[in-house]
Ligand binder design. Structure first.
Ligand code: AMP
Length: 272
């Protein structure tokens, strides 16, 4: 990867980078297409990062399908895929980690998944150092992750532009995720309550001038709780740049939901 990158840079080519954990879908592909469109070369990394999974999470059973992924990347115009081994990224005795501190990395996903963003920030920093991208593409689907990465790049003066990309959804509204593969047809139907509720809440705030954040988040919670087969982790309305709690809903706020359908943890969000 280093020699590929060095060659590209010598030739004055710009590099667009899409870090992923594989099991690629249309959400990932939208990032790859954009990276290729805005740069001379598009690099996709595929690495199921052990450091970002908790001990009880799905690291082992996370879907892996390199052959299919490679095909999809090629079709979307990717020039290179980078598929390192865990022991290359974290050789024995590995000890350096990147911690984004402050409330952003304490709330919501961080509270539910201790150590998760430490693992994400560490691997993304390492991948940036290897791939040396001009721009890196991240999905708004993982909204808090996007903010953590932005903060890391800004605070560590990393010479890369972080480009947020809109969430790609199935036709019925379900946010596309590699973890959707775990859902049975019935569970998939249940999961629809998440995007449906988000859409309604955004509509209430944007088109009906609903501004009371507590009332709206309460009604989001009860909509999710009234659906059998789903366990709510959190439903929150927050400021769109720092995820601070808000009393009054304004443009730029974001509504975030995390919930479990069976054993599958799903997250989604929508901006107002
Ligand atoms: P992952 O493989 O889940 O780590 O995701 C790799 C990148 O793809 C991250 O920047 C995600 O936010 C992004 N991504 C995942 N799902 C979607 C989606 N449905 N729409 C847009 N981006 C997505």
């Amino acid at each position: 990867m280093r020699s590929v990158v060095s060659d590209l840079r010598k030739k004055g080519k710009t590099i667009g980078f899409v870090p992923t954990m594989g099991a690629l879908h249309d959400g990932h592909i939208s990032l790859v297409t954009r990276a290729k469109k805005e740069n001379d070369a598009a690099v996709v990394s595929i690495f199921v990062n052990p450091a970002q999974f908790g001990p009880k999470e799905d690291f082992r059973r996370y879907p892996r399908n390199l052959k299919k992924d490679a095909k999809m990347c090629g079709k979307a115009g990717a020039d290179f895929i980078f598929v390192p081994e865990a022991k290359e990224i974290y050789p024995e005795g590995y000890a350096a980690y990147v911690n984004v501190e402050g409330d952003l990395a304490k709330v919501l996903e961080a509270a539910s998944r201790p150590g998760h963003f430490r693992g994400v920030a560490t691997v993304v920093a390492k991948l940036f150092n290897i791939v040396l991208p001009d721009k890196a593409y991240f999905g708004e689907k993982d909204y808090q992750q996007l903010l953590v990465i932005k903060k890391m790049a800004e605070d560590l003066d990393l010479p890369v532009r972080i480009v947020p990309c809109p969430t790609v959804r199935e036709r019925d509204g379900l946010a596309i995720s590699s973890r959707n593969a775990y859902l049975s047809p019935e569970q998939r139907k249940t999961a629809l309550v998440i995007s449906r509720t988000l859409k309604k809440a955004v509509h209430a705030a944007r088109d009906h001038g609903f501004t009371d954040a507590k009332k709206l988040s309460d009604s989001i919670r009860s909509a999710i709780l009234s659906q059998p087969g789903i366990k709510l982790d959190y439903a929150a309305i927050r400021g769109g740049t720092t995820l601070e709690p808000v009393k009054r809903i304004e443009k730029g706020c974001v509504i975030l939901i995390a919930a479990k359908v069976g054993k599958t943890r799903l997250i989604d969000n929508m901006r107002i």
